[in-house]
Write a protein that binds this ligand. Structure first.
Ligand SMILES: *Cc1c(COP(=O)(O)O)cnc(C)c1O
Length: 395
């Protein structure tokens, strides 16, 4: 069959030789996946990674990142979603139905709570917030309606590190599924599926991460991962994932795959720099509390020490309440290297003010809180930046 040039540009006979080897995994892009014959098309199965059916259900590129994240988390199966927040939505939608209740730590990532207050409430799914520093208090909240317990370590903004094994144990004793937002730990600070390496086997059921943060590390990709060890639980999540149609683009996956090898090095660099800055802040009389789980005296420090040696590059400071909000804003506006912006784990250091009075039912601190994400700049430069900006704080 001789082909018109136009057709030839689409149906070209050339097939490159197989066996190409390179450092970087290939970037395969597809909505349509082509089957060799009708029998193969009809026998398609997207349940496991044995073949390809449609771009939404996996390509060599997405399978490769899923497998690497599963290894990072110490799990078996991983699903990718288009953002960190979508991991929370996926878990909630897959596991909860009308009449069920979900328990969420009061220091959870804010949008997790907002999802519960709005969409989940509208679907007849109730929620309660629990104090993550009180495992017995969690036990007291569990009822037959409780179907899911969210966990976060360290907590968002106030950085309390909970007794994770104790919380998981309580949930397990009541037969309630646990899902950990493991963005802070990034699969490096501790092993979510193996929380008591010397004792009885104990792990969370689901670990999710905003790959947007450390896995990407560039401040330029949005993605999330949902990892499990249990095949039945994975399939439940995968069915929901498929029905919701949450695909992740190959170019974004490529960027995360490219960042992954340097993840442990970057994590440790962020960690070391953040500890240096947190130590500096703890000597400053302008702040009454430095919230960093690796800092002795910080809330949950003992629990952190039992589970981790590493920490992320995040910490918060609580200004003395004699400083008005406007004064703290003037400090923030005077920062030069620290930029003002949400998210974290990129090369650029960031700062964000938070008003605990509107975030928590019983705020532990009254002064203005500032959360720092320490980037990859030289720590001494970052300290100098904080020092010069403090002059704008005023008396
Ligand atoms: C950033 C973040 C998320 C959400 O990630 P996005 O990709 O921004 O949606 C979820 N949980 C935690 C703890 C986070 O820090």
């Amino acid at each position: 069959m001789t082909l018109d040039k136009r057709t030839g540009l689409i149906h070209h006979p050339y097939v490159p030789p197989s066996g190409f080897g390179a450092v970087a995994p290939g970037v395969h892009k597809a909505s349509t996946v082509i089957f060799p014959n009708v029998a193969a098309l009809q026998a398609r199965s997207w349940r496991s990674k044995t073949g390809y059916t449609y771009g939404l259900h996996g390509t060599p590129t997405s399978f490769t990142l899923e497998e690497r994240i599963a290894t990072l988390e110490g799990g078996v199966q991983t699903l990718l979603v288009p953002s960190g927040l979508a991991t929370i939505t996926l878990v909630d939608m897959a596991l909860l139905k009308q009449g069920d209740e979900v328990l969420i730590p009061e220091n959870a990532y804010g949008p997790n709570k907002e999802l519960a207050r709005n969409e989940l409430a509208a679907w007849g799914i109730t929620h309660r917030f629990y104090n993550p520093m009180d495992a017995m208090g969690l036990a007291a909240l569990i009822t037959p309606q409780t179907k899911l317990v969210w966990l976060e370590a360290a907590g968002s903004v106030t950085m309390e590190f909970p007794n994770l094994p104790a919380l998981v144990k309580v949930a397990r004793e009541h037969g309630v599924t646990t899902a950990l937002d493991n963005t802070w730990g990034a699969g490096l600070a501790f092993n979510p599926f193996d929380l008591t390496p010397d004792g009885e086997p104990l792990g969370v059921d689901i670990s999710v991460q905003a790959l947007t943060k450390y896995a990407s590390g560039g401040g330029d990709v949005l993605m999330g991962s949902v990892t499990t060890c249990d095949e039945a639980l994975h399939l439940k999540l995968k069915f929901c994932h498929m029905r919701m149609g949450w695909g992740v683009g190959a170019n974004d996956i490529e960027m995360v795959l490219r960042s992954l090898p340097s993840l442990p090095l970057r994590y440790d660099a962020h960690d070391a720099a953040a500890r240096t800055l947190a130590a500096w802040w703890s000597q400053r009389r302008e702040v009454i509390q430095v919230l960093h789980p690796a800092l002795p005296g910080a809330p949950g420090h003992e629990c952190w020490k039992k589970l981790c040696t590493r920490a992320a590059g995040l910490f918060s400071v609580v200004f003395n309440e004699r400083y008005a909000t406007e004064q703290v804003y003037a400090f923030l506006d005077a920062l030069r290297l620290f930029k003002l912006g949400y998210s974290w784990a990129g090369p650029v250091s960031l700062a964000v003010p938070y008003n605990l009075a509107v975030m928590r039912e019983e705020p532990a601190y009254r002064g203005v809180l500032v959360r720092f994400s320490v980037g990859l700049e030289a720590p001494a430069d970052l300290i100098n930046d904080c020092q010069q900006a403090l002059q704008a704080l005023g008396p």
